[in-house]
Design a protein around this ligand. Sequence first.
Ligand code: EPS
Length: 388
Amino acid sequence: MTSGESHGPELMAIVEGIPAGLHLQARDIDKDLARRQLGYGRGGRMRIETDRANITSGVRHGVTLGSPIGLRIVNSDWKTWRRTMGAAPVTGPEEPPVTVPRPGHADLAGLLKYGLDDIRSVLERASARETAARVAVGAIARRLLGEFGVQVFSHVVQIGNVKAGRRRTLTVHDFKKVDSSPLRTLDAAREKTMKALIGKAGREGDSLGGVFEVMAFGAAPGLGSCASGPERLGGRLAGAIMSIPAIKGVEVGGGFATAGKRGSQVHDEIFFNNEGGFFRHTNRAGGLEGGMTTGEPVVVRAAMKPIPTLTKPLKSVDISSGAAAPALKERSDVCAVPAAAVVGEAMVAIVLADAMLAKFGGDNIEDVRRSYESYQRRLKESWPRQSS
Ligand code: EPS
């Protein structure tokens, strides 16, 4: 669970279910918080904030206790918003309300749902600022996954209508330098065109979306389950990715393109040898079959719509008069796809950590390790199976 408004004093998160005995320090989290702040196309706010995690509970001397982990991330911008966003009733002149909703933002639907008369009371929580808290939680999940050799990466594969070139199958090594690219893309040549596109959209008062891909390497086969809908990992990953603000589509592996192909072109043929067990030469399934991991990398792509705050605003209506009015204009990012990709990593890490604990869970990380290792032994020793 997270809480916090964009211009309130801080974001908070409480993480339940992490076993005792996991090494965890604020610096493990701060690394990812800093990565989320990167990316060409961000607005002025990212120059104000330097996100850092303050661990307030559940960890002692750098080791988890098995109790809920509390996290706080201070909003540096709060100092200029104390009056507008304070919890206490205002004294003196009323704060002027925001009355013109932005098409595409939570403004209007939230206003109707909560019965409010100031759009600020909706937009502050709907702001993508909240994703900083998710990245902090994701970093804890990543720490847990790291104990079992699972690594989660991301890269930007499209900005606006400019697509990164298709590459051979990616490995962990391909992601070593991705954070030093201003758009977190692996296609240095197309990056120039992408940057130019963002620059142009910004100058014209517009915004841009794009597509990012998250890859998780090293997950054991059998995470998730085919036994019931809610346990299927595809649904849980898609739900987690779709819960990131501005995400409008999710694909696993070949995704939508598989619908137009024949089965023989889509499914990953199965091979076996005594050293490595079962394996595939392809991974069109994106590491999931039947709602479970196959042991191949998990590959999830997400489509992010363009940010709804435009400096050349769209048509809207003033809720106080019902008259036509240009939508709210606020300081904003032009494009935040590189940051959203880091949030995507966090969501995938959270879902995979959850699935790991569902399968191998225990109160101490060593209980989890024993269960994981015994499963790995079973996988190794059980096949090929002789029929009796
Ligand atoms: C956002 C608007 C901008 C973004 C913000 C999301 O903030 P501000 O209104 O303060 O300029 O920078 O994202 C973040 C603060 C962040 O940490 O990612 C919005 O309206 O959703």
